[in-house]
Design a protein. Structure first.
Ligand SMILES: NC(=O)c1ccc[n+]([C@@H]2O[C@H](COP(=O)([O-])OP(=O)(O)OC[C@H]3O[C@@H](n4cnc5c(N)ncnc54)[C@H](OP(=O)(O)O)[C@@H]3O)[C@@H](O)[C@H]2O)c1
Length: 301
């Protein structure tokens, strides 16, 4: 079985790379991981060419234009990476065979609900990033859904010890400042790249066994949090583990008092009930994930 990971240098890509080969538990699995150095996703012809050359059984696309604010200004590039590149992957897989596992986001929803979003609820993104991801999903479903070749995994608030995510940014601020303001009225489920990587492996095993899986799956760590709750947990565990000596005081503020370029959904919790029925994996509570990531960071210091 040949697995091709696209976006190997991102936080989820790095985690997948670290657990994939050792955890597949299947014989004859070849895992290839490529980064921007090997493929610029804005080059659509090259996107097709590389898939044609490698002929993967599973293409896991974790590459994305993920800067939500910059996407408002660089919408052309965001659409290329988040919508047109996945479309190209879908088109070539439709011809050549192979399945696409594609990651997407809670930001395809408008956040106006007061109930967790189900996989086939109506999408209504309120920023460009969400629009680009929603369009990418639509292309993939149009091209690959009928032939059961696509699996879109939507998740939320991704954190890890890698890259440039909220946890690492807050850790820096808690170290450097006396006071920080964090939004307390946006709610979702923080989710670690480890949980997502484990989910991705379980999904491949499930598909490989010939079991039926939906073309859109929701997966997050369990529990709800605001950015403020997440920052508080980072501060608490950071102190406990000796990463933070005298962390900044965290002040809860409202979205309206924290002007940023892109609007964010206020409530983007994903309902994972239907996924739990088809994939054999236990959810982890988000605070456990935060603790585990901070443990890893503490070990590196
Ligand atoms: N981060 C979140 O909070 C969040 C929330 C919900 C869903 N998601 C989804 O989860 C998935 C994984 O996200 P992540 O947090 O791991 O993202 P990430 O850390 O930002 O990684 C994205 C990767 O995409 C690569 N990339 C971007 N533009 C490219 C281009 N033109 N050509 C080639 N590669 C390019 C980046 O390359 P470089 O390393 O070279 O820049 C980076 O390695 C994405 O589909 C994202 O939409 C993320």
């Amino acid at each position: 079985m040949k697995i091709l990971i696209i976006g190997g240098n991102g936080q989820l890509g790095k985690t997948l790379n670290s657990i994939m080969p050792s955890r597949m538990g299947m014989d004859l699995v070849e895992v290839l991981s490529i980064t921007r150095k090997d493929l610029d996703l804005c080059d659509i012809q090259s996107c097709k060419k590389i898939v044609k050359q490698i002929q993967p059984d599973y293409l896991i696309n974790v590459a994305a234009y993920t800067n939500v604010d910059l996407a408002e200004r660089n919408s052309e590039m965001a659409f290329s990476v988040n919508a047109f590149a996945p479309k190209a992957f879908a088109e070539i897989l439709r011809i050549n065979g192979g399945k696409l596992i594609h990651f997407s986001t809670d930001y395809v929803f408008d956040g106006k609900s007061n109930m967790p979003y189900k996989p086939f609820d109506l999408k209504n993104p309120i920023n460009i990033y969400g629009q680009t991801k929603a369009e990418g999903e639509d292309y993939i479903l149009d091209i690959l859904q009928k032939s059961n070749q696509c699996f879109i995994i939507r998740t939320s608030w991704v954190i890890s010890q890698y890259g440039n995510n909220f946890l690492l940014k807050v850790l820096d601020l808690l170290n450097q400042k006396e006071n920080i303001n964090i939004v307390s009225d946006q709610m979702s489920s923080p989710t670690s790249t480890k949980s997502l990587s484990n989910f991705c492996l379980e999904l491949i095993k499930t598909i490989h066994l010939g079991k039926e899986c939906s073309s859109i799956l929701h997966w997050t760590d369990s529990g709800l949090a605001s950015w403020y709750d997440l920052a508080q947990a980072i501060s608490e565990y950071g102190k406990e583990l000796g990463i933070l000596i005298n962390p900044a005081k965290i002040n809860p503020i409202k979205t309206i008092d924290y002007p940023v370029i892109a609007s964010r959904p206020l409530y983007s919790v994903l309902d994972i009930t239907s996924t739990i029925n088809s994939i054999n994996l236990k959810q982890i509570y988000w605070r456990e994930s935060v603790k585990e990531i901070l443990h890893k960071i503490a070990k590196l210091q």
